[in-house]
Design a protein around this ligand. Structure first.
Ligand code: NAP
Length: 231
């Protein structure tokens, strides 16, 4: 992998699973990486497993705008600018439409949609000003309208909304900021379970690829295995 010094990436929900693997891959590519986790102690433990000195751990609960703003302020105070934002934090509530309660749907939207809403609002203006930015929203084919938003219902609705947010943000920033969504496939993590066919390395590959797109790379797209897929 070509090393890419001088850029900083922030990955949310990065203390395990695809987020942690994305941190590992971006670090390997030479970026400075902020491993963001809602439980900073768990984030530190996770960072230690990677054994890199370039990784900085920050507390960030994506559902809490105050937490997002505080994280951004700590970084700004230390002169750290976020060039690459990976909105990876997610939850997977199960259940079909008629079995759902309102709280479950709200929680799914809070983490899977509003999390990216808050971080994009805080970090994208700086990217636009500096003339460089990459945003990757870790979505899912389970939110694809062209696949009829397969179940589970709350998860699919939240990822379809995240896909919509991807298009809205990509249109709101200059073309120097590339905003895309990725489907990692069905990946062996706490969320995906042991029967999933894809390992984290492969699952995070498209995320890392979108995080490092060249200046002529795409924006406003949905990708799996580095190929464009339908929304
Ligand atoms: P995972 O192993 O369950 O990890 C989810 C991560 O999100 C954890 O680090 C968790 O932190 C964090 N998180 C949850 N709520 C948060 C919040 N409010 N603020 C900050 N972080 C929060 O899941 P994964 O499989 O790696 O999934 C990562 C992303 O890929 C998700 O967006 C998921 O929807 C998407 N995805 C996964 C698959 C799959 O098959 N695994 C397929 C398609 C899409 P805690 O440890 O503190 O709970």
């Amino acid at each position: 992998m070509n090393r890419e010094p001088g850029r900083t990436a922030l990955v949310t929900g990065a203390n395990r699973g695809i987020g942690l693997e994305t941190v590992r891959q971006l670090d390997l590519a030479g970026l400075d990486v902020v491993l963001a986790a809602r439980d900073v102690a768990r984030g530190r433990v996770a960072a230690r497993t990677l054994g890199s000195r370039r990784i900085r751990v920050e507390e960030l609960d994506v559902t809490d705008p105050t937490s997002v703003a505080a994280c951004a302020q700590r970084l700004a105070d230390d002169g750290v600018t976020v060039d690459v934002l990976v909105n990876n934090a997610g939850i997977y509530p199960t259940g079909s439409f008629f079995s759902l309660d309102e709280d479950t749907v709200r929680r799914a939207l809070d983490v899977n949609l509003m999390g990216a809403f808050h971080t994009c609002r805080v970090f994208c203006p700086g990217m636009a000003r500096r003339g460089y930015g990459r945003v990757v929203n870790v979505s899912s084919g389970l939110g694809a309208l062209t696949e009829n938003v397969p179940s589970p219902a709350a998860y699919g609705i939240s990822k379809a909304a995240l896909n919509a947010l991807t298009l809205v943000v990509s249109a709101a920033v200059p073309s120097t900021v590339k905003v895309n969504a990725a489907c990692p496939g069905w990946v062996r993590t706490d969320m995906g379970g042991r029967r999933a066919p894809t390992g984290v390395e492969e699952g995070a590959d498209t995320v890392t690829w979108l995080a490092r797109l060249p200046d002529l790379g795409p924006t406003g797209g949905f990708f799996r295995n580095r190929r464009r897929i339908d929304w």
